[in-house]
Design a protein around this ligand. Structure first.
Ligand SMILES: Cc1ncc(COP(=O)(O)O)c(C=O)c1O
Length: 425
């Protein structure tokens, strides 16, 4: 079978023109093939034609914030689970996909967040989408109060809940939230959906404040702790654990793919809320369960993260050191209360070019964050130093940023063209 040529359906033309438009706007996304070197994390290997053995690259943009994905015990747990139970789960949780590992991991997560029960989903995205859509279609008249900056997965669930009403409140603005709650009919079932750490700006929600409003206006709370689990709180239970307010949140959602370094998503809540979602959420029921290797690795990872605080502590020390070095070199960054270090660039093309040049000229990788992930004009590099970024790696990255941000006109200094002219003169 060959390619379908001269396809007459308008969708073919639509794809063509939409892609052209994305390219013209400088938003076309290309993958950077980087193979992680498990034993040398955060070093990765980039395939380059000129270097047969590959080129080493320092990655500054991984969401495996603590490097849990390369911890030998975590890797061994995955291998042991494959040997014991095979490569795939073999079915949905109701058919043949529940192993003792799944049950143990759900109990572990419930205990981490101080909740009665937990439920695994195939990803953090699916846990948000499936849970919110199911809750918001469960009774007539739901009103969902959603933070303006909520993640696409929450928005997908909220938008997919036909028949419910959505009220967007200004980002982290409790006065606006309260005004909107006060306007809503007292008897309507209400839910407030928000995140603890907003991953692109690195700012945090006032969880206690939002929970107090929820109590005042009889709303339930749904908190996404995706960028916080593993990193904040005594045992890595997230910002709600750190602030001692986890018991005030009705549903805490998280991922196993970032701070825990593996894969999968989950919610924790009261036994009956979890049982309700287990029994009714389409995105839980009708998909093959997470494979044993993933669940086994995640279980080991969560247990280690709970028991061993040193990776968290080291990560924050590294983040602070990196910020100090950026400051000393005059490189602008947004000061955040979290582990996320955004370096503002302000233009999609420049952002992509700086990221590209960091990689090709300096062997440093930082993802360019462009529209639609962030608003136009706020394009940035998003850096997440981790426990294993060394002082030398930081020096090299700071030096590279210092040169490139000046050459690309992001900060005052001589551009590449000016340097050429000076050299020629
Ligand atoms: C705030 C937030 N929630 C949910 C998700 C989805 O999590 P996962 O990557 O496990 O699907 C992400 C992913 O980046 C996220 O940033």
């Amino acid at each position: 079978m060959g390619l379908i040529k001269n396809a007459r359906h308008p969708f073919y033309e639509h794809c063509h023109s939409a892609l052209n438009e994305i390219r013209q706007q400088g938003r076309y996304r290309t993958f950077t093939p980087l193979a992680r070197l498990a034993e040398r994390f955060p070093l990765y290997e980039e395939e380059v034609a000129a270097v047969p053995e590959g080129r080493e690259v320092v990655v500054w943009s991984t969401n495996d914030y603590l490097g849990m994905g390369v911890v030998p015990e975590v890797q061994e747990a995955a291998i042991a689970a494959i040997r014991e139970h095979g490569a795939g789960a073999g079915g949905t949780r109701n058919i043949a996909g529940t192993s003792p590992l799944h049950t143990q991991l759900e109990a572990e997560l419930a205990s981490l967040h101080g909740k009665e029960a937990g439920l695994l989903f195939v990803s953090g995205y699916v846990s948000n989408q499936a849970s919110l859509q199911t809750i918001l279609t469960s009774m007539p008249g739901w009103i969902c109060f959603s933070d303006r900056m909520n993640h696409a997965s929450m928005i997908a669930g909220i938008k997919g809940a036909r028949g419910s009403q959505t009220v967007i409140f200004e980002h982290n603005d409790l006065a606006d939230l309260e005004a909107k709650l006060a306007e809503a009919p007292a008897e309507a079932p209400k839910l407030i959906a928000f995140e603890s750490v907003y991953s692109m700006d690195g700012d945090m929600a006032d969880i206690a404040g939002i929970c107090a409003l929820a109590r005042k206006y009889n709303a339930i709370t749904y908190l996404d702790e995706v960028h916080a689990v593993g990193l904040y709180g005594e045992e890595g239970g997230g910002v709600s654990q750190r602030d001692g307010v986890a018991d005030q949140v009705d549903i805490i959602e998280g991922t196993l793919a970032k701070g825990f370094g593996v894969h999968g998503g989950y919610i924790t809540a009261s036994a009956e809320i979890v049982d309700f979602l287990r029994s009714t959420a389409s995105g839980f029921i009708f998909t093959t369960a997470l494979p044993p290797a993933v669940v086994g690795a995640a279980l080991t990872s969560v247990r280690k993260v709970r028991a061993e605080g040193w990776r968290r502590e080291k990560m924050f020390e590294r983040v602070n050191t990196f910020r100090q070095r950026l400051r000393a070199a005059g490189i602008p960054f947004t000061m955040t209360p979290s582990h996320i270090v955004p370096v503002p660039i302000g233009d999609a093309e420049t952002c992509k070019r700086i990221s590209r040049r960091l990689l090709t000229e300096y062997g440093q990788y930082a993802t360019p964050i462009n529209y639609p992930t962030v608003a136009k004009g706020t394009e940035r590099l998003r850096l997440t130093p981790g426990p294993f970024h060394t002082d030398e790696m930081m020096d090299e990255m700071v030096r590279a940023l210092s040169v490139l941000l000046r050459e690309e006109g992001v900060i005052p200094g001589r551009s590449a063209a000016e340097r050429q002219t000076e050299k020629a003169a």
